[in-house]
Design a binder for this molecule. Structure first.
Ligand code: ATP
Length: 265
């Protein structure tokens, strides 16, 4: 399998794969749409990310999994400029965006859907979508029409207040709101959190629909099996560091990842 072990006790027979990942992540040439290289980051004096390196390529869905408190949401916040890297770099299409303000990062082409408070409940669906496009200079009507076509449930309820939507529908609105800026990359934090399994499955379908709109997706997901199930690749984060990475299928098939992080035997 292509899973790379980065722990000190990693088997030595996988050294070449580990080397290959490291080489890619220390050479921010712009080959990757998004690339974190050896990032340290945290809150106040508290360090959370420790030498964290990962990347996202065009067209991919990449899932970030790991235990509670591993730093998964912190990765997204650091990419989106809510936190400034203490060390290391964040490159987007080869440009260093580390520490850039979130409103500028949105204009660059990265969207972010936080886990909570991701829609305005007192505003209508239409108003939420328009809010998502305040930084657009033109083309707002056309992109909103496209989003209504892509997500018909929003079209049907365009004048309803967002607070009347179900949890799953709210997630769809949150995705659509971020897509009004037509980002290259969408960062999504735990899209299935708090949803019943059937609804979560629908939301994962909508993540795939987002990806079908030429948007690469970096997703944090507690439901690791389901998240990896729709992803091309994955990273296992533990204590702020990438412990394993590889094709999503190979992570799902890995006995070690399964035992340590997927609740398997
Ligand atoms: N605003 C904050 N101020 C201080 N510490 C924080 C803040 N947000 C998160 N942390 C701490 O940072 C660490 C990593 O949090 P983070 O939310 O990135 O983890 P996570 O892997 O996404 O886990 P979870 O699934 O529990 O959300 C945790 O110890 C958390 O308590």
């Amino acid at each position: 399998m292509s899973t790379n072990h980065t722990t000190d006790d990693a088997p030595t027979d996988e050294t070449s794969e580990t080397d290959s990942r490291t080489a890619a992540s220390t050479d921010p040439t712009g080959d990757h749409v998004l690339e974190l290289d050896s990032v340290d980051s945290g809150y106040g004096d508290v360090q959370v990310l420790d030498d964290c390196s990962l990347h996202l390529d065009a067209g991919e869905i990449v899932c970030l999994i790991g235990p509670n408190g591993a730093g998964k949401s912190t990765v997204l916040k650091t990419i989106f400029g809510m936190l400034t890297p203490w060390e290391g770099t964040v490159h987007y299409h080869g440009d260093d965006i580390g520490g850039m303000a979130p409103e500028d990062i949105v204009r660059e082409g990265i969207g972010y859907v936080p886990q909570t408070d991701n829609v305005f409940g007192s505003l209508s669906i239409e108003e939420n979508l328009r809010m998502g496009g305040v930084a657009r200079e033109d083309g707002l009507e056309a992109v909103i029409d496209t989003l209504y076509e892509r997500f018909p449930l929003l079209d049907e309820k365009r004048n309803a207040n967002a607070r009347t939507l179900s949890g799953g529908q709210r997630q769809v609105l949150a995705f659509a709101r971020a897509l009004v800026m037509e980002p290259d990359v969408l960062l999504i934090d735990e899209p299935s959190a708090g949803l019943a399994p059937n609804t979560a499955a629908e939301v994962f379908g909508h993540v795939e629909a987002v990806n079908d709109m030429d948007t690469a997706v970096l997703m944090v997901e507690q439901n690791a099996k389901k998240g990896l199930g729709i992803s091309d690749r994955g990273y296992v984060l533990d204590q702020g560091t990438v412990r394993f990475d590889g094709a999503a299928d190979s992570l799902l098939d890995s006995d070690e990842v399964s035992k340590l992080y997927l609740g398997g035997g």
